[in-house]
Design a protein. Structure first.
Length: 367
């Protein structure tokens, strides 16, 4: 008997308990944990980091007003009322590259276990929450993992162990953990344009001895990117992603790609940019900054980035949806108003070709 599927079976975002990339720190006083996180963060400022903790205050009056306090240097303090909810936290933490969790209060998918002789009972109490230890941190020189840890993890001698004063070494290890979470990139060739001014499908135009869509696809594939065509209709082809966000142009194509795979970054290229070559593709991949919402190309003489020569990180998907909810379907508007890595190149490399006359002239320049 076929099981009834009540809701559409979408590919889900990979998450831990509260965030896509998280680690809990447990086994010492909360003040020690927060101090460690503060020290790590200062040396990892190139990433977007967050700290998830519980208040120790008692008899706190419930906020009846959510307070947003902005400071001129860019800091923002938010005071509100909310209960812990894993789905809400996953949305709140979607823009962060890594989330540290106070494991004394909340469990994380992976763990850093602090070895404090005064906190053995605390570790024993939470032993069921400890499943994937990344490393131990000794608060004293002569301490070993507690008996409960040795019994649960037969490989405990193989797990790295640092002293709490080895901040540089610990930070380097954490940096490696963060780098391992960087999503892989896939390619998306936008082919669904109306081509009204050209009078024919621009993705089929021949600049380099083959249809432009095939040329672009090859550029991306030779850089190791699994690449798809973005199309308007469902042709049931493996190499195509058809629009499920209808009548939204490139914005819909990008969102449709993220619906198919929300866990990958998407390098988006349009087919009306015949001067884009392998060097520009390599440059974009080399300069990619996963800590940003996107990495985009901008002409040196242009005011705004080019949204159709851009790597969109997974964290850009909810941002795009937020703009859509406000009635905007322009990916450039999202890029302009978000944290984006900008790469400047000569304007000639990103010229749009939209008319038969421009096509003829471009062919002459390229051949």
């Amino acid at each position: 008997m076929v099981k009834h599927q009540k809701h559409t079976n979408l590919t889900r975002k990979k998450n831990g308990n509260f965030a896509a990339s998280e680690i809990s720190i447990l086994g010492a006083k909360c003040s020690i944990i927060s101090d460690l996180v503060d020290q790590f963060s200062k040396s990892l400022s190139n990433y977007n980091l967050a700290y998830f903790d519980a208040s120790h205050a008692k008899n706190v009056e419930k906020n009846v007003l959510t307070d947003f306090t902005f400071h001129h240097d860019g800091n923002l303090s938010i005071t509100t009322s909310s209960l812990v909810n894993e789905y809400v936290q996953r949305i709140q933490f979607t823009q962060f590259d890594f989330v540290f969790i106070n494991g004394n209060h909340y469990p994380g998918e992976k763990q850093i276990v602090l070895l404090d002789p005064e906190k053995e009972a605390s570790i024993n109490k939470r032993i069921d929450q400890i499943s994937e230890i990344q490393f131990f941190v000794r608060l004293t020189n002569d301490i070993e993992p507690f008996q409960s840890l040795q019994e649960k993890f037969s490989n405990w001698r193989e797990i790295p162990c640092y002293h709490i004063n080895d901040i540089k070494i610990i930070t380097k290890h954490i940096s490696k953990l963060i780098s391992e979470t960087v999503p892989k990139s896939k390619g998306l060739v936008l082919t669904g344009g109306k081509s009204i001014r050209m009078g024919t499908d621009k993705s089929e135009l021949n600049y380099h001895g083959k249809p432009q869509k095939e040329f672009i696809k090859k550029l991306l594939e030779q850089e190791g990117l699994k690449t798809y065509y973005s199309v308007q209709t469902n042709n049931n082809k493996e190499e195509e992603i058809h629009d499920v966000f209808l009548n939204l142009g490139p914005f819909g194509g990008i969102c449709s790609a993220f619906q198919k795979d929300p866990n990958s970054a998407w390098m988006v290229l349009a087919t009306d940019l015949p001067f884009v070559d392998e060097n520009l593709v390599k440059l974009l991949l080399e300069k990619r900054n996963p800590a940003k919402v996107a990495t985009a190309i901008k002409g040196k003489g242009k005011q705004f980035p080019e949204p159709l020569i851009t790597i969109y990180e997974p964290k850009s998907y909810p941002v795009l949806l937020q703009y859509l909810a406000q009635g905007y379907s322009c990916p450039r508007k999202m890029l302009i108003n978000s944290e984006v890595e900008i790469i400047e190149v000569d304007d000639s490399l990103i010229r749009n070709i939209n008319t038969p006359e421009e096509y003829t002239e471009a062919k002459k320049e390229l051949n």
